[in-house]
Design a protein around this ligand. Sequence first.
Ligand SMILES: [Zn+2]
Length: 307
Amino acid sequence: MAPFEQVPVCWVCGGASFVAVHEAIFELSIYGEQDPELAAYSGARVTLQRCRACGFAQPAALPALPRYFDRMYDQRWADDWIAGEHDAAYKDRIFADILASLGNRVTGGRALLDVGAHAGRFLRLARAAGWNAEGLELNPKTAAYAAQRSGAPVHQGNIHTFTPAGCYDAVTLTDVLEHVPRPLEVLTRARTYICPGGWLAIKVPNGPAQRVKETLRAHLRPSYRATLADNLVHVNHFSAASLARALSAAGFRDVTVMAAAPELPGDGATGRLSHLGRLSAYRVARTLPGGAASPLAFNLQAYGRRD
Ligand SMILES: [Zn+2]
């Protein structure tokens, strides 16, 4: 049996009382040749549990395998898949929203660091919008591709290893914070990258809303199994309140959390119908008072300022 370590306290508030909300399954047999120790976790299960004090949900235990997450993300992406990710527009509404919100907030320079730069589409859009953007990306192959296509410097590494030469007026964590255990460490580290008066922007899935959606899907289609955290790809599950609390605990000021724009994948008639549904839910969640805490906010965005 592959080894696990218990996670006894809440990563956001330190609370130690939890309610089980989901069971995550491990299926990593695809790594059988590349990383047999990682593949050995296939078949294991771990409980996802919600902190009674702050509403944040996290696994009851983590794989004890050293560098489990780095090893799982060490995917040897095919060249055409990476190119497709750079060219795909399904996250453009999210990117545009973040760039506009940062443009309104940042009053100093225009130096921006995108943590988890992936294939570099956001970097390219940020540069086109006048930001002096750089990336930080763990995967060497996507890092190189992102630099080539965006023209931006892309540092290869992660938030724990990277030390910038100067500071940034804006740091972005788009679809990153849900993937890294102990998110307060990530936020505290990201804060050190930001110039005084600069801003952090975050986009994450809304944990409670995703649970409602997945449970509903499983009810409607009995063959469908709710997937929220398989392989612990999503290790942090924020609610609007616990995300705000995490930012404040990491030392950020003027913290705002709101519904984030949806991803709009696919096209054709089915795609357009799905887009319409996602956009309608987003608009209601964005305009309704307290909408970020509602099940219509499938994603959250948050901003916090460094003093
Ligand atoms: Zn908590």
